[in-house]
Every structure is written in structure tokens, then in C-alpha cells.
Design a protein around this ligand. Structure first.
Ligand code: G3H
Length: 192
């Protein structure tokens, strides 16, 4: 039976400083995750054929770079666009744009960053990805937190507006196996 593997990119320089968005490189820990990933994946995938999908951002490609499988890059897998808040920390957003900060807290699914996206926008732009995933065999997706939350909610049959609250931690490989009665999940945490 076919499976889907999900992983966030390894810890990035922006993750370390609490900044959102951007296109930063992996941190030392993130690079360590990238080095461990092939073994982690191999343990779970075995000898099955696999294709790896990444976003266009450096941190996902740096995370996937040692994986010995065919790789494909999708713009639709890029992180939720934080618009004018891109590159800021949550504290800076709260100070500079208090109304926006409160509005997002009020309705995180619908809230759209000025000049950027909402979770709902991400769900919509993921439609072609989901359609392609439904047609494909074994796929591993290395992408970003908000994007993975939406993909995860879809396969877990959780209402899309709950996407912002799905738990998708760093340095954890998630295996999804869609079955007739629902999706089986196995989480494999890297030892970093
Ligand atoms: O900037 C996007 C983050 O990966 C998602 O975090 O939606 O909880 O702010 P957040």
C-alpha cells in the first residue's frame, strides 16, 4: 500500500531567531537533521520507490539534499506568505501591527497577512498538490509548518479550518498510510 511521508525543513537561521518567513539557510542543528534524514527515511521506506517533493525555498532543499531519490520542486509548497510581516518576530508584529496581531489571534484560519496569505489561501493553493498526491505512489514532502498542517489535516480528515492547530514539530518524520477507515500515522523523531 502506498504511503506519504512528511517532514518540515530542519531548523533554520530564522527559526533560531524567531523570525517568520524569509529564505534563510539551515542552522547547524538543521544541517544535522538533513544528514540524519536519509537513514531515518530508509528505515521507514525500505526498498520502495520514492519521489521527494520540496518547496522552492533553500531550507527545504538543503534538508532534502542527501536523500537518494528523484526530487521535484513545487512553488505551491512554499511557506504561508506573511506579506508585510515577513522577516519579523511575533513580538515585533505585536508591537508594530497590534490590530493585525489581535485579528490573527481571533481567527487564525481566515486571517490574511497584509500583502500575504491566510491559512485558507494556503489550503486553496494546495489543491493541485493534493490532487497529484492522490494519483501518485509513495511521496515524501519536505516543506514548511503551515503548509504541512494543511496537508496533515486533509489526510487526517480533520476540517480544514482546524489546520492552524495541527502539531507538526521540527525534526520529526511523519508517515501517513491512507486506509479505508482512515489514515494511520507513525511519527519518528530524529535524535538531535
Ligand atoms: O509563518 C508560518 C509558520 O510556519 C506558521 O506558524 O501559523 O503558527 O504563526 P503560525
Amino acid at each position: 500500500p502506498r504511503c506519504i511521508w512528511l517532514s518540515r525543513h530542519g531548523e533554520s537561521a530564522f527559526n533560531l531567531t524567531g523570525k517568520i518567513g524569509g529564505d534563510s539557510d539551515l542552522s547547524a542543528r538543521g544541517r544535522e537533521y538533513a544528514r540524519q534524514l536519509p537513514q531515518l527515511v530508509k528505515m521507514s521506506v525500505g526498498d520502495r520507490p520514492l519521489t521527494v517533493w520540496t518547496s522552492t525555498l533553500k531550507r527545504t532543499q538543503q534538508t532534502a539534499k542527501y536523500l537518494p531519490y528523484r526530487q521535484l520542486t513545487w512553488k505551491a509548497l512554499d511557506e504561508l506568505d506573511a506579506g508585510q510581516c515577513d522577516g519579523l518576530t511575533y513580538e515585533e508584529i505585536e508591537n508594530r501591527y497590534p490590530d493585525d496581531f489581535a485579528a490573527r489571534d481571533e481567527n487564525k484560519y481566515e486571517y490574511r497577512y497584509p500583502g500575504g496569505e491566510s491559512y485558507r489561501d494556503v489550503v486553496v493553493r494546495l489543491e493541485p498538490i493534493i490532487m497529484e498526491l492522490e494519483r501518485q505512489e509513495n511521496i515524501m514532502i519536505v516543506t514548511h509548518q503551515a503548509v504541512l498542517r494543511c496537508i496533515y489535516a486533509y489526510f487526517m480528515n480533520v476540517s480544514q479550518d482546524q489546520s492552524p492547530w495541527m502539531e507538526v514539530p521540527l525534526h520529526t518524520l511523519i508517515k501517513l498510510e491512507p486506509k479505508a477507515y482512515g489514515t494511520e500515522v507513525i511519527r519518528i523523531k530524529a535524535d538531535i
